[in-house]
Design a protein around this ligand. Structure first.
Ligand code: ZN
Length: 139
């Protein structure tokens, strides 16, 4: 599963970053473009698996979905491309240059108060994401 390999890579990267702090990770925020080909639900599930037994166990995963936008090469008009993306201008029909929407990055990390040995055992909360996430294609 594509999302699992992303989750494993994210967990490894964060573990590396917090290794010397000796504290558990309370929450992690990822920014994901709607064209990144990531299904948020699948990533949340995979993150839970990948985080097991690490400093990220029990951490909340927050996903910020970034809308894909394009700028027209003809008239300069900027607009969301929508999903599935329409890559030509609604005004003049010229092709759009993609401005964003392929992001996949860690934007925020909060550490728990306690040491890593006692990860929070809070049940996974409801998935947090904005409504744009519903436009992410299921692959
Ligand atoms: Zn145009």
């Amino acid at each position: 599963m594509h999302e699992l390999s992303i989750a494993v890579a994210v967990v490894e990267q964060v573990e590396e970053a917090v290794r010397d702090r000796g504290r558990a990770v309370a929450s992690l925020t990822l920014r994901i473009g709607e064209l990144a080909g990531v299904v948020p639900e699948a990533l949340e599930f995979s993150f839970g698996l990948a985080a097991e037994g690490t400093a990220l166990a029990g951490a909340r995963l927050l996903i910020e979905t970034v809308e894909a936008r394009g700028r027209c090469e003809g008239c300069g008009r900027e607009a969301a491309t929508g999903m599935p993306p329409v890559l030509w201008c609604a005004g003049c029909g010229a092709p759009l240059t993609l401005l964003g929407g392929r992001e996949l990055e860690i934007v925020r990390l909060t550490l728990a108060e306690g040491p890593a040995e006692e990860p929070r055992s809070a049940p996974p909360g409801p998935p947090v994401r904005d409504e744009e996430a519903s436009h992410v294609p299921h692959r």
